[in-house]
Design a protein around this ligand. Sequence first.
Ligand code: C2E
Ligand code: MG
Ligand code: MG
Ligand code: MG
Length: 277
Amino acid sequence: QAKVAGKNCHRFYSRVMDQAVERRVRMEQDLRGAWERGELSLAYQPVYRLEDGRLAGAEALLRWRHPEHGPVSPSLFIDVAEQSGLIEVIGPQVLRAACMDARGWQRDFPAARGLFVSVNVSARQLRASDLANQVEAVLRETGLAPQQLHIELTETAVIGDEARVSSLLARLRSAGVKVWLDDFGTGFSGLSHLRRVPVDGVKIDRSFIADVLRDPDDLALTTAIIAMAHSLGIHVVAEGVEKEGQYAILRERGCDMAQGFWLGHPVSNQEFTRLLV
Ligand code: C2E
Ligand code: MG
Ligand code: MG
Ligand code: MG
């Protein structure tokens, strides 16, 4: 009896697994050419300076509206794009579009002159393509100042290849581009990366910010990350600020910048420019 159940169980799981694999394969096929068909777009989430409450820049976040299924979760389709290698096609399109939009802000709105645009770059992009050449070409083409382009890398993107990654980052940074370590605190060896990988700042993962008002440990860790970053001479952005109290305590603890739903959701480029008038 148990044997039969075990067998059925096995069959059930492999069928579920087949479905999951099938779904990913189908998603990959649908994602191919999605940019050209106008299904992909960028949303911009405002990032504010805590010292004076002023707008500092925006993070570009990729959105996919599937023609039949509607909006697809970014963490899902970006994972598929990474695994399949499609990110090597989509990544440069994102970079170029974000720089063009940011150039548009500077051109059309005097208040936007110093704003940065921050672009997420995945592990695969970092390994496969010549990111430095790509960035330099896009900056030339769009006329965006290098200081106004920020690149966000996750800790995992940096693991295992520190030597190559740090020379790439050094080249980007000497051109004036700013580099951030994203989702900081979620990896195991965040601190050791900071020793070997040159960055301009860290973005504290929103899982720390979520409970910063209730959990003394999360507040202690957040405060420690800010102090440590500042003693290394780098900056700190807090992600996922959803409440006024979180904003207040981050400000009190000397965090440099913040983003989150309480401050502003990711919105279309057109909507974002309404913040600039
Ligand atoms: P991320 O870079 O850490 O981006 C921040 C995520 O937090 C975004 O999710 C944003 O919508 C969400 N968020 C912002 N404020 C809040 C808040 O107050 N509360 C909560 N609960 N969430 C908030 P999103 O847009 O779903 O993106 C997920 C991830 O997908 C990003 O995480 C990033 O790793 C990746 N991603 C997005 N766009 C791109 C892209 O163009 N290229 C690459 N390689 N990855 C991207
Ligand atoms: Mg990011
Ligand atoms: Mg993040
Ligand atoms: Mg994240």
